[in-house]
Design a protein around this ligand. Structure first.
Ligand code: C2E
Ligand code: CA
Ligand code: CA
Length: 248
């Protein structure tokens, strides 16, 4: 309750690298809580509680506004990805909130990507689907996060035309150790290609994984191999270094 008024939240950003464009095409905003006593608190430690208390609604609005205001300063070819909690969809004002954040910061809708998990669609509410369609009609992209870990991810692909599938880290982690992981990653990449959806492999940590994922047909990669999440102040340098490497 004190973190938001106390200005204790901070956004870090982690790059998503496109294999086709060979550059950083997006940065995912990831929240941290700089607690005066406990130090840096990761989101897994407070997001579930914020959801339970309903505090995720004002926190989520702060995240979106801060991410949009930051992204406006980046090159126009770079998108910002923001995580949305299912609880934010239970509120009627989500569409208005997103529109206001874009209008107030001046970020074009095409430069915003919203990441949702299948739990958003679990309730199968018409209001949720309408909100998603309305956001997409404005130009905002919608990505399905943690794909492959839920109850029936595949059925949701028929219900909404996602722009992107983010393949859960557990499958990338298992590459090399479990033959099944490779088969699953290849299947998701092929599915994405058939459906016209980008496929991002999350949690890429090693060169071996990188090579497997390229061979398996993923279109984007994200993970410590490229960069951990970084403070906003590091992003201009990170983008410039990436561009220089590409030129070389
Ligand atoms: P996520 O959306 O799946 O985010 C990816 C998580 O994987 C991040 O953890 C990131 O730091 C971590 N990660 C990235 N690359 C690697 C890698 O190569 N190896 C490993 N081991 N981990 C990697 P983080 O920042 O702790 O965030 C955890 C979760 O908290 C996120 O999972 C997301 O579900 C949630 N979250 C973060 N920020 C927000 C937010 O602003 N709003 C909401 N609603 N949820 C958020
Ligand atoms: Ca995410
Ligand atoms: Ca994820």
């Amino acid at each position: 309750r004190e973190a938001l008024p106390g200005d204790q939240f901070e956004l870090f950003y982690q790059p998503l690298v496109s294999l086709r464009h060979r550059r950083v095409v997006a940065l995912e905003a990831l929240i941290r809580w700089r607690h005066p006593v406990a130090g840096m608190v990761p989101p897994d430690r407070f997001i579930p509680l914020a959801e339970e208390l309903g505090l995720i609604v004002p926190i989520g609005e702060w995240v979106l506004r801060t991410a949009c205001a930051t992204a406006v300063l980046w090159p126009a070819s770079v998108v910002v990805a923001v995580n949305l909690s299912p609880v934010q969809f239970l509120q009627p004002g989500l569409l208005d909130m997103v529109q206001a954040a874009l209008a107030d910061t001046g970020l074009p809708a095409e430069r915003l990507e919203l990441e949702i998990t299948e739990s958003v669609l679990l309730a199968d509410s018409r209001a949720t689907l309408e909100t998603l369609h309305a956001l997409r009609a404005q130009g905002v992209r919608i990505a399905m996060d943690d794909f492959g870990t839920g109850y029936s991810s595949l059925s949701y692909l028929r219900r909404f035309p996602f722009d992107k599938l983010k393949i859960d880290r557990s499958f990338i982690n298992g590459l090399g150790d479990f033959e099944e992981s490779g088969a699953i990653v290849r299947a998701i990449a092929a599915l994405g290609q058939s459906l016209g959806m980008a496929t991002t492999a999350e949690g890429v940590e090693t060169q071996v994984q990188l090579e497997r994922l390229i061979a398996d047909g993923c279109t984007e990669l994200q993970g410590f191999f490229f960069s951990p999440p970084c403070p906003a102040s590091d992003i201009p340098r990170l983008l410039a270094e990436g561009a220089a490497r590409h030129a070389a």
